[in-house]
Design a protein around this ligand. Structure first.
Ligand SMILES: [Cu+2]
Length: 153
């Protein structure tokens, strides 16, 4: 094979690899929380083709979890604010979530600056016709730290 053909072959292989990466659904996502009480995403798509989906939460700030802790909590949109309100009394040790709260579909631990945590859930827990939300249930955070979750094809 001459070098021109070799280059063409390599380019074709690269294109095929890129096409493969684009069509395969990503079954995980990373989301960041910061010291300004913000997530860096306002929506997350969960592909139906994934059996399980993983959310990795990274706290890119410096403040400790007692002052600026963040978690990632998945509920239906209708339940989100009530879950946050009921979580306030649960305290940091319970990740600001009422113990055994059946409205919580998935959640990470509350983490502080520099830390990460992840949660993996079965996508069968989500219905295509239902609207879902994610929040941080640290007291006072869910008004700013929230977004939507959608099951996508
Ligand atoms: Cu938070």
């Amino acid at each position: 094979m001459n070098s021109v053909n070799l280059k063409r072959t390599c380019a074709a292989a690269l294109l095929l690899a890129m096409a493969g990466a684009a069509s395969a659904a990503a079954c995980d996502v990373e989301i960041e929380g910061n010291d300004a009480m913000q997530f860096n995403k306002s929506s997350i798509d969960v592909p139906q083709s994934c059996k399980q989906f993983t959310v990795k939460l990274k706290h890119v700030g410096k403040l400790p979890k007692a002052a600026m802790g963040h978690n990632w909590v998945l509920t239906t949109s209708a339940d989100a604010q009530a879950v946050a309100a009921d979580g306030i009394g649960a305290g940091l040790d319970n990740n600001y979530l009422k113990t055994g709260d059946a409205r919580v579909i998935a959640h990470t631990a509350v983490i502080g600056g520099g830390a990460s945590d992840s949660v993996t859930f079965d996508t069968s827990k989500l219905k295509a016709d239902q609207s879902y939300a994610f929040i941080c249930s640290f007291p006072g955070h869910s008004t700013l730290m929230k977004g939507t979750v959608k099951l996508t094809k």
